[in-house]
Design a protein around this ligand. Structure first.
Ligand code: I3S
Length: 126
């Protein structure tokens, strides 16, 4: 049966394509592997879809779940030293997952940085 999610979780604040690399899972370092991801920010979480938005929407109907990042207590910071690419920032979750996000286009990455930072700052820290 259908579960109706709380209204807050339905409120998409921003969505779009960025380059993404997950570099740690539960504190364990991963080999960096950049790929394009469709990213959806709502008030409490970020979702990463491996596919295009269109593909992601059709996968959703079949119960396919994207990778979801809990923003409660998360940290965001610019991460110049973590990549040779320009415009890279890192999100670190309470659970010890680390993601790098990147765009070559300055205003796109700045918009994302501030949108995610604002979402984190509005949430309780624990
Ligand atoms: O921090 P690293 O290890 O230099 O990151 C590079 C590697 O992930 C590399 O893959 P291989 O480990 O398969 O060679 C990627 O192709 C590069 O893009 C990574 O460096 P940048 O500077 O692009 O984040």
């Amino acid at each position: 049966k259908d579960v109706i999610p709380p209204l807050e979780q339905l409120m998409v604040e921003k969505e779009g394509y960025l380059q993404k690399a997950k570099i740690a899972d539960g504190g364990k370092k991963l080999r960096k592997n950049w790929s394009t991801s469709w990213i959806v920010l709502s008030s409490q979480k970020l979702e990463f879809y491996k596919e295009s938005k269109q593909q992601a929407l059709s996968n959703m109907k079949t119960g396919h779940k994207p990778e979801s990042v809990d923003l409660c207590g998360a940290h965001i910071e610019w991460a110049k030293e973590k990549s040779s690419r320009k415009n890279v920032f890192q999100i670190t979750t309470v659970s010890g997952n680390e993601f790098l996000l990147q765009s070559d286009i300055d205003f796109i990455i700045l918009d994302w940085f501030h949108a995610i930072k604002n979402a984190i700052d509005r949430l309780p820290k624990d």
